[in-house]
Design a protein around this ligand. Sequence first.
Ligand code: 5GP
Length: 178
Amino acid sequence: MSKVLLHDKYFQPYIAAAEIQQRIQEIAAEIDKDYAGLDPLFIGILNGSFVFAADLFRAVTIKAEISFIKLASYRGTSSTGNIITAIGLEDNLHDRHIIILEDIVDTGRTLFSFLPVIEQQSPASVRIAAFLSKPDARQHEVPLAYTGFEIPDKFVVGYGLDYDKLGRNLPELYILAD
Ligand code: 5GP
């Protein structure tokens, strides 16, 4: 594997496709064990999680459902702070076991704002599965039940993640070259 050029930046190979697939199998096995008989509902956050969601969901063998949402965030008043709207979120989460699928948790701001929106519907449980986590960049505490890989605070692309719309179709993960 060699460097790729996306727009004006070079990215170098970071995590190979086979290693990613191996980790997906491990997480799926954990979910199979933790959620047997609970009929969990996966909620994938678009756009970035679509590849992770597709691979993880197909690796899970228990009875399960999946749906996707898109998050739009805008600045509210000083009292409301950051407001997040979930486009496509269904109103049938009551008493369901929810597994949120996110591509990467960076500062944690997105999920920190979104979790209360889910909690409003009184689900039976909510857990997060993140393909990637950047612990060094965290500004908001977000509990991650399942994490694919912890990575340094550097920009990555591939496996669903983009740099200004490009790179999502790369089957492996690439990191910004020095
Ligand atoms: P947070 O709200 O946790 O700071 O950011 C989460 C979102 O920021 C992710 O869903 C993703 O869209 C974007 N993001 C954060 N770090 C990266 C990265 O290294 N690469 C790409 N492509 N997106 C990132």
